[in-house]
Design a protein around this ligand. Structure first.
Ligand SMILES: Cc1cc2nc3c(=O)[nH]c(=O)nc-3n(C[C@H](O)[C@H](O)[C@H](O)COP(=O)(O)OP(=O)(O)OC[C@H]3O[C@@H](n4cnc5c(N)ncnc54)[C@H](O)[C@@H]3O)c2cc1C
Length: 572
């Protein structure tokens, strides 16, 4: 079948939903998601959304902006950080008015708690800035916003997979989608298309992401000639439950939890004397990995302890109940009386599809691609620079999702009807046939190898020799992938086929991460090179762009936007 829309939103996480809700009802809006909308990863967000409301202690948006820039190791585009911090309070009150049940202070205001890298008065000490609903903030925000989308009668395609973006003569015409239930392909023509398909933490073995975070939208844009920005910046969250990687939110440390090594000693004061356990994630993850490498993991193993026992059962039950139940369910650990074993886990992608402040996707020369938009974790505005602060992603989704919805509404007036492209489904049909006819390796085997390679050669610590080996091995897997095979050749609910298709995205993005990381010969934020341990502003205060070349990916650079805060040494 074919559909025609004014605006099509791909992805029903918070970025996609917020954008869709911004587009007026007189325009025809479609929303597609490969899972039921409320199963999007946004629903897993635990700790909260940042805004300098000042409800618990004095705060200001300028401090929030400063923290975002410094937290991002000065790679953050400062116009984006200013937009984010200035708009935060409005965005949180908007959620409150939609009906999000935030925790409250005794006098009834939105309650706030401390989070990594968020400080008072330009770095003096932690400040309570995260607005939260216990430790299931994403769940309640997603459910609330999905309700609004249903109320608005937005046309939602559930369990439809985007398998290609149609970009013709530099202009978007729509997408090709695959209906999981039937195996049918549908072309969805649209004047404007927003890519809000989220991140791709599934590239790594230990990660906190849901199974759907395979970066399809990011990869499809890349394959269709869109550059990808700052892909070397992969965030490892310090506290994934060992050995699974399931997240224990920073809220646990925001509420007073502390990290201890194998000899029972608090080690964060050695690494970050002012913010200690609440230093930004890159700093804490490196500290944990350094302790483990020095043999100070617990029982000589690859983990340290997160101790919440002194918080008391009541506080844990009231504010960290999901987290404590994860510890109980996955490990049989009772967080009120025993520490939780934790280790860094791949969590968030700072890089992605380059956009301007209004979600318009930019080509390699910095000009917008007509009709193409992106928001959320798939996009790189770049508001998180080299390392995102906790609570700033939920904020990014609602601030920049809304702006993208506005820009689409504005641009649609002059975009004109999409021009159908002949044989638009041909490439996708050929791909599906090739996978069904394949005689080579199974997707699961290649995927397991890919995750191990990325974990071994391009994680918290990196160096040239390891990454070169990683790149060779990933390219070897890409070669093997050409003959990938599946057992299920059927039409209905063929998740085998989609696993194989998602693997192409993951392998393509793994290659881009390695190429970007090899090119950046300095250490900045989440990208730490053992062979280049210092930040090098003279040569590297710039964003990386990677384009799909005729053979290998091609690397170029673009300047960082610096407005208020000149780069300084980053101490916490
Ligand atoms: C465990 C966890 C806890 C977190 N906690 C916090 C927190 O407390 N505060 C904070 O600020 N951030 C937090 N984050 C980060 C934040 O939740 C994510 O970055 C954010 O939710 C991403 O939102 P999104 O809208 O970009 O995409 P997602 O919510 O990931 O949604 C992606 C959407 O795209 C759809 N999609 C993907 N591929 C396709 C395709 N091919 N075809 C059709 N649809 C497709 C999916 O179905 C889904 O609807 C957390 C992340 C994790 C993993």
């Amino acid at each position: 079948m074919e559909f025609i829309f004014d605006a099509l939103v791909v992805g029903s996480g918070l970025a996609g939903l917020r954008a869709a809700l911004e587009i007026p009802e007189n325009l025809k809006v479609g929303l597609i998601s490969k899972v039921f909308p409320t199963r999007s990863h946004s629903g897993a967000a635990q700790g909260g959304i940042g805004a300098a409301l000042g409800n618990e202690e004095p705060d200001s948006w300028e401090w929030h902006m400063y923290d975002t820039v410094k937290g991002g190791d000065y790679l953050t585009d400062q116009d984006a950080a200013e937009t984010l911090a200035m708009d935060a309070a409005r965005a949180v009150y908007e959620l409150e008015h939609m009906g999000v049940p935030f925790n409250r202070t005794p006098e009834g205001k939105i309650a706030q708690r401390a989070f990594g890298g968020h400080t008072r008065n330009f770095g003096e000490g932690p400040v309570k800035r995260s607005c939260f609903a216990a430790d299931r903030t994403g769940r309640v925000v997603l459910d609330t916003m999905f309700g609004k989308a249903v109320e608005r009668k937005i046309h939602i395609f559930t369990e439809f997979y985007m398998l290609d973006v149609i970009i013709d003569h530099g202009k978007v015409a729509g997408i090709i989608s695959y209906e999981l239930a039937t195996g049918h392909l549908h072309t969805i023509w649209s004047k404007a298309v927003l890519i809000a398909t989220g991140g791709f933490g599934r590239v790594y073995k230990t990660n906190s992401n849901c199974f759907t975070n395979t970066g399809d939208g990011v990869y499809l844009c890349y394959r269709n000639g869109v550059p990808l920005e700052d892909m070397e910046f992969v965030q490892f969250h310090p506290t994934g439950i060992y050995p699974l990687g399931v997240l224990v939110s920073e809220a646990a440390r925001g509420e007073g939890g502390v990290l201890k090594n194998g000899i029972g000693r608090r080690f964060m004061p050695d690494y970050a004397p002012t913010l200690v356990d609440l230093a930004p994630r890159d700093v804490v993850s490196r500290a944990i990995s350094t302790e483990i490498r020095a043999g100070r993991g617990v029982d000589g193993k690859d983990y340290v302890n997160l101790d919440l026992t002194h918080l008391g059962a009541d506080k844990i039950e009231e504010k960290l109940s999901d987290i404590s139940s994860f510890a109980r369910i996955y490990l049989g650990v009772d967080a009120t009386s025993e520490p939780i074993p934790v280790t860094p886990t791949c969590h968030y992608m700072m890089g992605g599809i380059p956009t301007d402040l209004n979600g318009r996707v930019l080509n390699v020369n910095g000009s917008p691609i007509s009709g193409l938009y992106s928001a959320g974790e798939a996009a790189c505005v770049s508001v998180h620079g080299a390392n995102r602060l906790g609570t700033n992603s939920l904020l990014d989704l609602v601030v920049f999702g809304r702006r993208a919805g506005r820009a689409m509404t504005e641009d649609i007036k002059s975009l004109g009807a999409p021009t159908p492209v002949k044989d638009s489904q041909g490439r996708v049909e050929a791909r599906i046939k090739a996978i069904k006819d394949g005689k080579g390796p199974k997707p699961a085997d290649l995927r397991t190898k890919m995750k191990q390679i990325m974990t071994d050669f391009c994680s918290v610590f990196r160096n040239q020799a390891d990454m070169e080996r990683g790149l060779r091995e990933i390219r070897g897997l890409k070669e093997q992938y050409r003959s990938v095979s599946i057992d299920n050749k059927g039409e209905n609910y063929n998740t085998d086929l989609l696993d194989a298709i998602e693997l192409e995205s993951l392998l393509g993005l793994a290659e881009v991460i390695l190429v970007s990381a090899l090119s950046r010969t300095e250490s900045r934020g989440a990208h730490y090179r053992e062979d280049y341990p210092d930040r090098d502003d003279h040569n590297w205060l710039k964003h990386t762009l990677v384009m799909a070349g005729s053979h290998d990916p091609e690397v170029s650079f673009k300047p960082v936007k610096i407005t208020r805060f000149q780069p300084k040494a980053r101490k916490f």
